[in-house]
Design a protein around this ligand. Structure first.
Ligand code: HEM
Length: 215
């Protein structure tokens, strides 16, 4: 079938990688917006979380879909990484497009691993937190621990580096590429990840330094 052939081809895998990356990026946008309510007050953040959990079926479908997208992104990423390594080992390899061979692009599997480790710790701490304790209290308790927050900030830096190449690569795959706009696109692939770092990292910083003591 053409569809299966497309998905198992190199370009098909790159396309799926970009599509799953886009979905994860959209998740991050909603997550950062929801979490930013922490800066308003614990009550505002708690009502946001309560509102979300008043639709358990939607939350379940969303969480399961997110898990599938994450797994697909990781498996495809590993496939492409080893495929690229095979190609670059070959004497006959020809580079057919301009590759941004930056620090971010060569460390994608490693920054990806740090994010994966973060997700295990994060989901264990937050999604599986005791249900009789309000989530706003759990956030303050966990992030109030200096080393827990420090680990978060290290992971957010890895996320920033990962996204800076990931967004660029996704746009290339989708054909968003024009000599006139490329400098602006390159700037955006840095500004957007830095924005995530500012908000997510700001939350961890807020609690680890005691600034959020009255939250
Ligand atoms: C300081 C920053 C962050 C805070 C305070 C935070 C907070 C939370 C909370 C409270 C939950 C549980 C939601 C609930 O079930 O009520 C959650 C879930 C989750 N978070 Fe975060 N988060 C942060 C950063 C991140 C980042 C950077 C990522 C991705 C790289 C991420 C990925 C997830 C995922 C995948 C879930 C599970 C979602 C689901 O099951 O539907 N979080 N987060």
């Amino acid at each position: 079938m053409w569809f299966v052939r497309f998905l198992t081809s190199s370009i098909g895998k790159k396309f799926l990688m970009a599509a799953t990356g886009l979905l994860l990026f959209l998740f991050l946008c909603t997550h950062v917006a929801g979490n930013a309510t922490i800066f308003m007050s614990s009550d505002v953040f708690q009502s946001y979380a309560d509102e979300l959990h008043s639709h358990p079926l939607i939350v379940l479908v969303f969480s399961l879909s997110l898990l599938v997208v994450f797994l697909a992104h990781i498996v495809l990423g590993l496939f492409l990484f080893f495929e690229n390594r095979q190609v670059s080992k070959s004497r006959y390899a020809v580079t057919t497009r301009v590759v941004k061979n930056s620090f971010a692009s060569s460390t994608m599997p490693y920054t990806g691993l740090v994010i994966l480790a973060f997700l295990f710790v994060h989901i264990f701490g937050f999604t599986f937190s005791p249900k009789d304790i309000e989530i706003s209290v759990t956030v303050k308790e966990l992030l109030g621990n200096f080393f827990y927050s420090l680990f978060y900030i290290v992971a957010f830096v890895a996320l920033t580096v990962h996204l800076s190449h990931g967004i660029w690569s996704m746009l290339q795959t989708f054909g968003v590429n024009h000599p006139r706009y490329n400098p602006a696109i390159a700037r955006l692939t840095l500004i957007i990840p830095l924005f995530f770092l500012l908000i997510f990292g700001g939350i961890a910083f807020y609690f680890m330094t005691g600034l959020g003591a009255s939250y």
